[in-house]
Design a protein around this ligand. Structure first.
Ligand SMILES: NC(=O)c1ccc[n+]([C@@H]2O[C@H](COP(=O)([O-])OP(=O)(O)OC[C@H]3O[C@@H](n4cnc5c(N)ncnc54)[C@H](O)[C@@H]3O)[C@@H](O)[C@H]2O)c1
Ligand SMILES: [Fe+2]
Length: 388
């Protein structure tokens, strides 16, 4: 670490990590937002079906909040979902937005908070730093332990038929993030595994991010990987293990803080087209390309991978290269043990799709620029071929 290297670091001002906290959501928010009455809850049907939203909603009503729900978020939210949610927020004269769900619901909640009280259209804010003005108060409550969106300043929207685009702006940091493992006990094992691997990828890519890696993001990434790698299998095998679930939420949040400041790179750049075109869940898309990108990047950052290997596979010994390979194998084993598909073929992708994937991946210039090793189109194609 070079103490003379300059960096900046930002995150949300308040994080509440407490199993069961959302049963008292109304009381928590009433103390923090004494003058607010009108709340919009942004969530999705999959989470609502678990019944776990009932207690937090009841407690909001008991604390004299008027609650409106937007429950039409769908995974990898397209633009029309954001626009519909913004309309409802305006109609309802929303004063506070709560994102309650996975990354998809939280990403929509951020954009609702930013756009509902503004005249700016969604189309104007893609990219970095294009949101104007202030936003409505925003509270984020994750129900998956994956994206870390509750503490990031990023929102991902599916544009057109298949592409994904990011909005990055300081206004997208929430006022408050609440981590309550009781909300994640209903998460099926396959979703737990895929979202957990997504969180691990955030930590790994933040740790090797080319330009903005810094002592804070490094510490957070290491702590995140330690928590996530020790609790993922436990959380998959016994979904009701509350300690494992809270550890996963903490790990995903710490990884989110890391990558909000030291951004993700080629694993995500290659994963987005798989999700966008073939509707493969985000975490699984990452998992499918991860070992191949790790081996490809090892030429540029094997030392850093070896440092992470000592956290994920403490028994790994030998040269830097041997420990890097141990990390790649361990990450692949998480997918095997949890029963996730291991190849692109298993999710319906064939050799004739690889050109399209490689073309699309090259559009992710924001992410590819953070990768420790340059990725040309032929490299992207070769990586997809290895993953096939
Ligand atoms: N903003 C960021 O920083 C960031 C980072 C990474 C990914 N993302 C985005 O986040 C999205 C993915 O989010 P995700 O992986 O959390 O999945 P998700 O929000 O799309 O949810 C996946 C599925 O899990 C269900 N679900 C959620 N919580 C549940 C629970 N507790 N019990 C049962 N079912 C539950 C949902 O209904 C949905 O069907 C993608 O759009 C991705 O691009 C954003
Ligand atoms: Fe991700």
């Amino acid at each position: 670490m070079n103490p003379m290297a300059s960096f900046s670091f930002a995150t949300v001002p308040t994080i509440l990590s407490a199993p069961g906290a959302t049963r008292n959501l109304g009381r928590e928010l009433r103390e923090r937002f004494p003058d607010i009455r009108r709340v919009l809850l942004v969530t999705d049907q999959g989470f609502l079906r678990t019944g776990l939203a009932e207690a937090p909603i009841e407690s909001l009503r008991a604390a004299m909040f008027h609650v409106e729900q937007f429950a039409d978020v769908i995974a990898d939210p397209p633009e029309h979902v954001v626009e519909d949610a913004v309309s409802l927020a305006r109609q309802h004269e929303t004063e506070l937005v709560i994102g309650l769900g996975g990354g998809s619901s939280m990403d929509v909640a951020k954009l609702v908070a930013a756009l509902a009280a503004s005249t700016q259209p969604l189309a104007e804010i893609y990219g970095i730093g294009n949101v104007r003005g202030t936003r409505l108060p925003l509270v984020q409550i994750p129900t998956t332990a994956g994206t870390g969106s509750e503490v990031t300043n990023i929102s991902i929207v599916t544009t057109g038929a298949t592409s994904k685009m990011g909005i990055v702006a300081p206004q997208l940091f929430a006022d408050l993030a609440i981590l309550d493992a009781e909300l994640t006990i209903g998460l099926p094992a396959a979703v737990t595994a895929a979202t957990g691997i997504d969180a691990m990828v955030h930590a790994i890519e933040a740790y090797t991010s080319k330009h903005k890696k810094n002592p804070l993001s490094d510490g957070l990434a290491r702590q995140a990987l330690s928590l996530l790698s020790r609790h993922l299998i436990r959380a998959c095998e016994n979904g009701h293990d509350l300690a494992a679930r809270q550890s996963m939420l903490l790990g995903a949040m710490l990884a989110g803080q890391a990558f909000a400041n030291a951004p993700v790179a080629a694993v995500h750049a290659l994963a987005y087209p798989i999700g966008g075109i073939f509707h493969v869940p985000h975490g699984l898309s990452n998992s499918l390309v991860l070992p191949h990108v790790l081996r490809y990047n090892a030429k540029a950052c094997a030392e850093q991978y070896a440092e992470l290997a000592t956290i994920v596979v403490p028994h790994a010994e030998g040269s830097v290269e041997a420990r890097t390979e141990a990390l790649a194998v361990a990450m692949q084993q998480f997918a095997t043990i949890t029963g996730l598909p291991r190849t692109l073929r298993q999710v319906g992708i064939t050799a004739s799709d690889l050109d399209l994937l490689a073309d699309d991946a090259m559009k992710q210039t924001r992410l590819l620029g953070n990768n420790p090793r340059p990725v040309a189109r032929e490299d992207a194609y070769a990586l997809y071929k290895l993953a096939l």
